[in-house]
Write a protein that binds this ligand. Structure first.
Ligand SMILES: C[S@@+](CC[C@H](N)C(=O)[O-])C[C@H]1O[C@@H](n2cnc3c(N)ncnc32)[C@H](O)[C@@H]1O
Length: 336
């Protein structure tokens, strides 16, 4: 196949050539933008700092210059990140480093895209095929992946959690169980803004330990707890609301039905609310993220009707839905 030389040529090959995405991911993993910002460094300096081959690293950098991610000052032989390249810095506002860095949960998961053909053929997740176990089991086996995943989730919450806390009437509920509530970031935000609400996070260990620490740091131990547990087991009864934030789209329909049925069973005795916070297919959702959800989890984005039908299968009726934050809708369900 003829290789396209010009970075400005618009062609399918330009879109499909893996050299550029993998070069960017390699650079991000090696933190080249942080090392070389702002004044630039030579290939020799960068190789020494990153423990890489100078010759090979220079070839990587030269390709990144071709695609305008790095610039080369010919006189000093120094490479520095361009405006585009500085997005790879640790503290860049774009927050893309975790999904580029191949040693972090998000960046590592993207590598399973090489198995997309299998996902499209079977409709199932590619991640277990590539890494030998599913995403959650992999996080369980690698604590640093777990930490990086929780951080990635929380990055989006900088904007979304205050919106979710303020744009929905949480005061209607005395107690909230945040099912799959991660390290408690969202529940902390809700409880801090609504002093009469009490809550509990149910998630996998060690994330519940992180939630306990977060509640203590926020001075919320009187009103917030965290308990390890699985939403594939029966859930505790007695809460006024069962919250599932960014949970259902992680799962295929069969698993989603099991989770929703457990919420319904726990909610039914007191007619408690089941609250879903989800991206909604076609309402600003990214087709790329939807493919990622298929590839990584066997899940995907759903429409309001898709979710209502799924909930209905589990004895839950949709009573209302409304946008609650940038890119997220809250759906209120009640046992029917
Ligand atoms: C996409 S994250 C969403 C976390 C949080 N609700 C949020 O909105 O950021 C999915 C969460 O589900 C949790 N999870 C995965 N499998 C679980 C299970 N079987 N039981 C309980 N939680 C689980 C993960 O640990 C993770 O915290």
């Amino acid at each position: 196949m003829p290789r396209v030389q010009s970075s400005t040529t618009s062609s399918v090959w330009d879109l499909a050539d893996l050299a550029t995405p993998m070069a960017i991911r390699t650079a991000a993993t090696l933190r080249l933008a942080d090392h070389a910002y702002p004044h630039g460094e030579t290939a020799e300096q960068l190789a020494a700092e990153t423990g890489t081959s100078t010759v090979a690293l220079r070839r990587l950098l030269d390709h990144l210059v071709t695609v305008d991610v790095f610039a080369l000052d010919v006189e000093s032989d120094r490479y520095r990140p361009t405006t585009l390249g500085t997005q790879m810095r640790r503290d860049a506002p774009e927050g893309v480093l975790p999904v580029l860095d191949m040693t972090q949960a998000g960046g590592r998961a993207e590598l399973a895209f090489v198995e997309l053909l299998a996902s499209v053929t079977t409709g199932e997740a590619a991640y277990p095929r590539h890494f030998g176990r599913d995403f959650w089991a992999d996080l369980d086996a690698h604590p640093q992946l777990r930490r990086s995943f929780d951080q990635q989730m929380n990055w989006r919450f900088q904007l979304q959690a205050p919106q979710i806390s303020q744009r929905y009437d949480w005061n209607r509920f005395g107690t909230v169980l945040d099912v799959g509530g991660g390290d408690g970031t969202l529940l902390t935000e809700i409880l801090a803004a609504h002093p009469d609400v009490h809550g509990q996070v149910l998630d996998l260990e060690p994330t519940t330990d992180a939630a306990t620490t977060r509640f203590a740091d926020a001075g919320l131990t009187e009103r917030a707890q965290a308990a390890p547990g699985s939403f594939f087991d029966p859930l505790p009864t007695g809460f006024d609301a069962y919250l599932l934030s960014d949970i259902v789209h992680d799962w295929d329909d069969d698993h989603a039905r099991t989770i929703l049925t457990h919420c319904r069973d726990a909610a039914a005795p007191t007619k408690a609310a089941v609250l879903l916070i989800e991206p909604i297919r076609g309402q600003g959702t990214s087709t790329g993220i939807d493919l990622f959800m298929l590839m990584c989890f066997g899940g995907g984005e759903r429409t309001i009707d898709d979710i209502a039908t799924l909930a209905n299968d589990c004895g839950l009726a949709l009573s209302s839905h409304a946008p609650v934050s940038d890119g997220r809708t809250i759906l209120e369900l009640r046992p029917s």
